[in-house]
Ligand binder design. Sequence first.
Ligand SMILES: NC(=O)C1=CN([C@@H]2O[C@H](COP(=O)(O)OP(=O)(O)OC[C@H]3O[C@@H](n4cnc5c(N)ncnc54)[C@H](OP(=O)(O)O)[C@@H]3O)[C@@H](O)[C@H]2O)C=CC1
Ligand SMILES: CC(=O)[C@@H](O)[C@H](O)COP(=O)(O)O
Ligand SMILES: [Mn+2]
Length: 387
Amino acid sequence: MKLTVLGSTGSIGTQALGVARERGWGVAALAAGRNLDVLEAQVREFRPEVVSVSEEVYTEARSRFPDVRVISNPSEVAALPADVVVNAMSGLIGLPPTRAALEAGRAVALATKEAMVTAAHLMWEAAAVGGGRVVPVDSEHTGMYQCLTGEDLGDVAELILTASGGPFRDGPADLSAVTPEQALKHPSWNMGPKVTLDSATLMNKGLEVMECASLYGLPLSQVGVVIHPQSIVHAAVRFRDGSLKGQFGPTDMRLPIAYAIDAAPTGMRHPGDVRGARRGPEVAGHLGWPLRGHWEFREPDPVRFPCLALAYRAGEAGGLLPTALNAADEVAVEAFLSGGVGFTDIPRLIERVLDETPAGTLTWETLFETDAWARARARELTAGVGA
Ligand SMILES: NC(=O)C1=CN([C@@H]2O[C@H](COP(=O)(O)OP(=O)(O)OC[C@H]3O[C@@H](n4cnc5c(N)ncnc54)[C@H](OP(=O)(O)O)[C@@H]3O)[C@@H](O)[C@H]2O)C=CC1
Ligand SMILES: CC(=O)[C@@H](O)[C@H](O)COP(=O)(O)O
Ligand SMILES: [Mn+2]
């Protein structure tokens, strides 16, 4: 097995390479942003033939990796021959490489949830054109994939995603004064900053609701969210006969990553195309039986966490709104982390951008136009809040 890993220096990327080390898999190519120290250690260990880095560090990377072909184009790397492309880039920048991989017929283990959130039908089109396949890495969605394996989608009544509830699930009642430091303390997972912050606002779960509907081809009205602070049950499916099937696992992303890589070569070519996979050996231990402790399941609080409803609104409207929501969220989160706006300004800014987003049909052209417009508009609004 030879992997390409995009976003190799981040949280998912480093864990994917950890799985590769454990399983003895090779690495065809790597793509990273600016973290050349981590990338250098990866190049030394895995000896990829090609690496892509951000333009700002391209010259330095060439002198640091004299024996490797260095480029500055993750989409080119994504299309190179590999058994599985793990996409672990964070944000909309991960979309063009996902498209490139699918159009080149690659099997994609997809962590970059933004691709299925903003551009599902374009992703499936790319897979159809090029023969590519997708399996999600996101813990809830690989959980759902496993619950749906061997089932008929026509028998599904509801897909249920669990949410940890983030660091503020039990308070404070007023979130306006919470700090980036508090918001970045995720109670269950150790992840990159953007997804961690989205977990604190519940936007992560909102994006995941859209990701889920896009992957499994069911309407948002059939995708529910439940707060489960222990993060042991990742997903569940309720079937029409009343049976509930759940996926449980350790809070360790190496298991979803390994499963997605095993499943990707026979993965999804269209929504709901779930085939399952042969499983490999343990990479992250297992839950000991009998499962101990107290498990809770409760409703999300729509008043303190308005981002979840905003995501449902964008997902139900479809068209350009998911792209606008994603762009506004990326800008608002960055502004909050750099001290420009408060925590409760995040949903306010996103809502303003959604209110102003025109209806329209999603094409590659309108997607990138809308993304640019929504980012610019969110930045204007952010500057207004800070003024
Ligand atoms: N972390 C987790 O546990 C989970 C993450 N996800 C999803 O997975 C995705 C990745 O998340 P996470 O690993 O946390 O993010 P991180 O912020 O930890 O990592 C992002 C990666 O993207 C790289 N990157 C930035 N710019 C470029 C570029 N131009 N070309 C190539 N790579 C680039 C970064 O490189 P550098 O650091 O070198 O600049 C880094 O390697 C997100 O979509 C997230 O929502 C889903 C479920 C769980
Ligand atoms: C590990 C993973 O898949 C994350 O997306 C996780 O779901 C974040 O935790 P929340 O449940 O708090 O959003
Ligand atoms: Mn998740």
